[in-house]
Design a protein around this ligand. Structure first.
Ligand SMILES: CC(C)(COP(=O)(O)OP(=O)(O)OC[C@H]1O[C@@H](n2cnc3c(N)ncnc32)[C@H](O)[C@@H]1OP(=O)(O)O)[C@@H](O)C(=O)NCCC(=O)NCCS
Length: 186
């Protein structure tokens, strides 16, 4: 009987690992993040969504790239609790909302209370402290408008674009070796 229970428990653990823990979108939803359709999360949801994942809403087609962090509580309360002892048992939380069709760039930090609009690009290594309007490209520390997505799109040059999105890394490398041999020359 003991072995049967153990085997059953191992099967549940294996199922959880394969079906939930290894799939960042499914696992983020299990943590309480509201995740829309067609989203991609390129990191482990545990550190990405922090201690209040249930205060985070992602719209449809949101790309959370590697190293991104969401903060929903104000760490400054650590200091405030000492200076105002009547606050010693208090926390400060603010929800974060991300709209549809948003790319959150590599290692960005999204601060408490921020609302990010639709069709937005957040540059790599940004710290987003204020709301971001629809259609903007923002970046820096703190993040400020850099451009608009419309301008970003109109600056795309056809000769810099490659039809490799559905390929794996090895296929991409082979494709580029063929199309751009000068990039691989010694
Ligand atoms: C924001 C981004 C889309 C801008 O692309 P772009 O329009 O081609 O940018 P440009 O190189 O023409 O730069 C435009 C301006 O933004 C600034 N800028 C670009 N990236 C920036 C960044 N990460 N942080 C702050 N400023 C940035 C440039 O310095 C430039 O400023 P200037 O006009 O004063 O010289 C791009 O730089 C970026 O960060 N992409 C995300 C990368 C990423 O995280 N990829 C993850 C892959 S999984």
């Amino acid at each position: 009987m003991k072995y049967l229970i153990k085997a059953f428990w191992l099967r549940i653990k294996a199922f959880w690992w394969v079906k939930i823990r290894r799939n960042p979108v499914v696992f983020a939803r299990q943590l309480g993040v509201k995740v829309g359709k067609g989203c991609q999360i390129l990191d482990d949801p545990l550190p990405v969504f922090g201690t209040e994942p249930w205060l985070i809403t992602l719209g449809d087609n949101v790309d959370i790239t590697a190293g991104v962090r969401f903060l929903n509580h104000e760490g400054g309360m650590w200091c405030a609790r000492v200076l105002r002892p009547e606050l010693k048992d208090y926390d400060l939380f603010r929800p974060i909302k991300v709209g549809n069709n948003v790319m959150v760039g590599f290692r960005s930090l999204i601060m408490p209370g921020v609302t990010i609009g639709n069709n937005v690009i957040i540059a790599g290594h940004s710290v987003v402290t204020r709301d971001v309007a629809d259609g903007m490209v923002v970046g820096g520390v703190p993040a400020k408008p850099i451009s608009t997505v419309e301008r970003f799109m109109s600056n795309l040059k056809q000769e810099e674009l490659f039809p490799t999105k559905k390929m794996n890394i090895a296929q991409k490398r082979a494709y580029l070796q063929k199309e751009r041999p000068e990039w691989f020359a010694n």
